[in-house]
Design a protein around this ligand. Sequence first.
Ligand code: PMV
Length: 325
Amino acid sequence: MHATARAHTNIALIKYWGKRDESLFLPTNSSLSITLDEFYTTTTVSFQPSLNKDVFLLNGEKANEHETNKISRFLDKIRIRANKQIYAEVNSLNQVPTAAGFASSASGFAALAAAATKAIGLEVTNQELSIIARQGSGSACRSIYGGFVEWQQGVLDDGTDSHAVPILHENEWNVSILSVLLESEQKKVLSRDGMKRTVETSVFYSGWLEAVQKDLTTAKQSIAERNFEALGKVAEANALKMHATTLGAEPPFMYWQSSTLDVMQKIQELREAGMQAYFTIDAGPNVKVLCQPKDEEAVRQALLDLEKVKGVHTCHPGPGIVYLD
Ligand code: PMV
């Protein structure tokens, strides 16, 4: 009762921002992401009759009680589904620079869902796996698939129609995503808390909901036509709208730091000079830049010139779930 799976992290171009059901992780809007080739989590799950509770090792070290409980609650859903009451040792290795603002939760829960279902002997389709992974971390449902992926929000109360759908394979369109590592403090408002606060209190949240479906349609159309400029524009505008909701929350908050603005301004300057580059930002200060492979080196150099930029990591579309046993 043992299996290993690898999942790659993803970056949303149209953001998931708000839940309609907190316990099932059902979103208020559909979202769209690119799964990345460079950052991933490899997880081995081993169910053992001799254990009297779950054990969670993260990068070789025993995780704290809070982290272990999160994993246990997630495994409970898989145990119920398999109708087996047996504990597991979970060994996760993160190839995700947490400092680069990548939530390892997307690749982490996708890899855990795949390894745990296989180890316990459940036969699941990728769609079912996406539904299971979603219940660990919303964005994890998109990491089941490679390339360009849409998470369809669904309408059902039980969440069985809220899952990811692959829209373009990783080999079908090569774009570059530069992950910009900034000198910054730890993030103060977790994505989970930030989205809850904006849904409940932001005077701009209704504007977000009005706009996001249109942005998604534009993004999908741009991908179908391989129209890089249109995709970059809508991704950047969508990220700005998401961040605008935080300013209208009660109490207001923002994820940006001065270094975030330095990168945003540099990207605008590059565009004025004729380069096609666009930024996106998740629930933290770090920035990801979308550009075309022919420009990636020039954009990378321009970003490295900024004082508060500590490093730039170049990524491309990557694969979905891989089983390693
Ligand atoms: O699934 P979570 O809790 O990591 O939330 C992700 C939220 C954003 O990164 C801001 C947007 C997204 O769609 O990934």
